[in-house]
Design a binder for this molecule. Structure first.
Ligand code: S3P
Length: 178
């Protein structure tokens, strides 16, 4: 039986929420977006959490939200782009979940994302965003089975994930992601 806990990771703009919703709908699973859980727990939008309490407070709330979701089955979880980079969150991605890395080039990520209330980290200068992107790629590649998203429709990406759930392949070697 294919895993009934599917977790999506990847950089901002990878399409985790859009693809996750499609996968959940097609498999008849619930869908959860951890950014929304964080906002509910904090009773504040993400930008306000960063601005008023700082990134560390955001990471603490995010870690609590992930821990609270730990035992949940029959669910697709789209996670914030920084969650896999926190060592305390690792077991969420490795225990009992089928974790997929939605691989996106920095260029495509920039085109798809805007520095909005959800993504205060994109409001940094280009070099800082690039450093963040590069620092996270090996973590994503290590924790998830990678699926390319550049130039692809979210429905096509979702279909690939659904196919991989019943017929997993070996994760390709890390690298070549930008
Ligand atoms: C973040 C990504 C955002 C959100 C927050 C921090 C990150 O989520 O959790 O702004 O550190 O990459 P998305 O990846 O869903 O945009």
């Amino acid at each position: 039986m294919p895993p009934d806990r599917v977790v999506l990771i990847g950089f901002m703009g990878a399409g985790k929420t859009t693809v996750g919703r499609i996968v959940a709908e097609r498999l008849g699973l619930d869908f959860v977006d951890t950014d929304r859980l964080v906002e509910e727990r904090a009773s504040a939008p993400i930008a306000a959490i960063f601005a008023d309490r700082g990134e560390k407070a955001f990471r603490d709330i995010e870690a609590e939200a992930l821990a609270a979701l730990g035992g949940r089955r029959r669910v697709v979880v789209a996670t914030g782009g920084g969650a896999p980079a926190e060592p305390r969150n690792r077991s969420f991605f490795t225990s009992g979940a089928a974790t997929f890395h939605l691989r996106v080039s920095l260029e495509a990520a920039r085109q798809r994302s805007v520095a909005n209330a959800l993504r205060p980290l994109l409001a940094q200068d280009d070099a800082a965003v690039r450093r963040l992107y590069l620092s996270r790629q090996p973590i994503y590649e290590q924790l998830g089975m990678s699926v390319d998203t550049d130039g692809r429709d979210p429905a096509e990406v979702a279909e690939e994930i659904i196919g991989l759930l019943s017929n997993p392949r070996k994760n390709p070697a890390p690298g070549g992601s930008e």
